[in-house]
Design a protein around this ligand. Structure first.
Ligand SMILES: CC(C)(COP(=O)(O)OP(=O)(O)OC[C@H]1O[C@@H](n2cnc3c(N)ncnc32)[C@H](O)[C@@H]1OP(=O)(O)O)[C@@H](O)C(=O)NCCC(=O)NCCS
Length: 174
């Protein structure tokens, strides 16, 4: 799968086995792990990368893509499809290697991914719960058009402490 963005240096594409070194390099970082669910390992080993590159491409209707800058996978972005009554809701998530923060890459990637998700008939709602200590991710979602729906008090236990999460959502055709 290949999704073009509004930047010529940035695409979203399927993970490939050649991404293993850059995946480990960018993902093995506490500052990244601390803002994600526990599905994201820490430390991030070569075995974790092998596992991820295999399962990422077998997840339909969920979508897991690499964020590619100039031919290198510098992060990941994905949508996990819900089940049952939530089957038209997608859990939206993304991360970038810390060296690449602050350059607008996540916003570019999230905008392209959301547009792609709404171009087919599955997803009606994309939602992203953001830990209360992560204002830069809230800003990314706001720039893409997600609406802050509310605060889920003490819904997260991460890195040894409870925190609130803030629910952001984007609805198709709004
Ligand atoms: C969150 C993350 C994806 C952001 O990526 P990024 O490419 O740096 O984001 P962008 O550059 O597109 O946008 C960041 C925005 O946050 C703003 N920002 C940065 N630090 C901030 C802070 N402490 N408070 C408020 N806004 C902040 C930036 O100024 C920018 O907004 P602007 O364009 O209006 O100036 C990246 O930091 C990351 O991978 N973090 C770890 C994983 C993670 O948090 N994933 C999301 C889980 S919900």
């Amino acid at each position: 799968m290949l999704i073009h963005t509004n930047r010529s240096d940035c695409t979203l594409r399927s993970w490939i086995k050649e991404d293993k070194p850059s995946l480990v390099h960018n993902a093995d970082n506490r500052h990244v792990w601390r803002n994600l669910t526990d599905l994201f390992p820490h430390p991030y080993t070569e075995a974790d990368a092998d596992f991820w590159i295999t399962i990422a491409n077998q997840a339909a209707p969920s979508i897991h893509l690499a964020i590619d800058i100039d031919g290198t996978a510098v992060g990941g972005i994905g949508i996990i499809a819900g089940e049952g009554i939530a089957r038209h809701t997608g859990q939206f998530g993304y991360w970038l290697g810390e060296a690449h923060w602050g350059k607008g890459i996540a916003t570019t990637a999230a905008r392209a991914m959301a547009a792609y998700a709404f171009s087919n008939s599955l997803f009606e709602r994309l939602e992203a719960p953001v830990f209360a200590w992560n204002p830069s991710s809230m800003r990314v979602l706001e720039k893409v058009g997600f609406i802050r729906e509310g605060v889920m008090k003490r819904s997260v236990f991460k890195d040894g402490q409870f925190t609130d999460s803030v629910m952001y959502a984007l609805i198709k055709n709004t």
